[in-house]
Design a protein around this ligand. Structure first.
Ligand code: SF4
Length: 207
């Protein structure tokens, strides 16, 4: 009989880094569940893909190039030569500022993001954006313009709150840090009976 080992770790598909428990059998992860001891453990739907991210045979593991509308596997050497040629051409024609660098969310806060920033510097481009440019920093800028420069990342105070009106946001889907606090309050009867309206609703009222 196989021994199944349970390993507590983090999902790193976004910057929330929710707590997960991974069941491992013969050195292979076979099941992922929320880590009940972790404060952020309400996993979003992306976590369903965690095993596939590691093991799916559909993963793209070598560079692909589209030639005559068809994707073709190419070597790393060919890929680097092709990309270097493109980068050189852009720089010659438009200068370093002609290129925008963008990283997606899993890289935010990681060493990978710092490497992209360093590369943008070396290339001569100040144009760097990331998933945070679309979400986190737009919120920070809106907060600072609305309240004050010092209040750049204000969050609602849930603890004394009797009534919550959500307008165009569902914390269970898009603000998991807040959703954990509200879930905790619901468990203590602070929003009892209304927590069930949370899921599947873009806007809802808790009283
Ligand atoms: S919010 Fe989803 S993708 Fe992000 S760390 Fe948690 S489970 Fe992973």
């Amino acid at each position: 009989m196989n021994d199944i080992k349970k390993v507590n770790t983090f999902c790193k598909m976004c910057s929330i880094a929710c707590g997960i428990t991974v069941e491992v059998s013969n050195g292979r992860a076979i099941k992922i569940t929320p880590n009940e001891d972790h404060p952020y453990n309400k996993l979003c739907p992306k976590s369903d893909g965690l095993l596939d991210v590691t093991y799916s045979d559909k993963r793209i593991t070598s560079p692909m190039r589209k030639i005559n509308d068809r994707w073709k596997k190419i070597s790393w050497h060919e890929a680097f030569a092709f990309i270097a040629g493109k980068l050189r051409k852009i720089k010659e024609e438009d200068g370093g500022r002609g290129l925008v660098f963008h990283t997606g969310n899993p890289l935010i806060g990681s060493i990978g993001e710092k490497m992209v920033r360093r590369f943008a510097d070396a290339y001569g481009s100040p144009n760097y954006t990331s998933g945070a440019s679309l979400c986190y920093f737009s919120r920070k800028i809106a907060m600072s313009l609305t309240f004050d420069y010092g209040q750049v990342n204000a969050l609602p105070s849930f603890r004394g709150t009797k009534s919550i009106f959500l307008w165009g946001i569902n914390p269970g889907e898009s603000a998991l840090l807040q959703s954990s606090v509200v879930k905790l309050m619901a468990g203590r009867g602070r929003v009892a009976g209304l927590y069930r309206h949370w899921y599947g609703a873009t806007g809802c009222v808790w009283t």
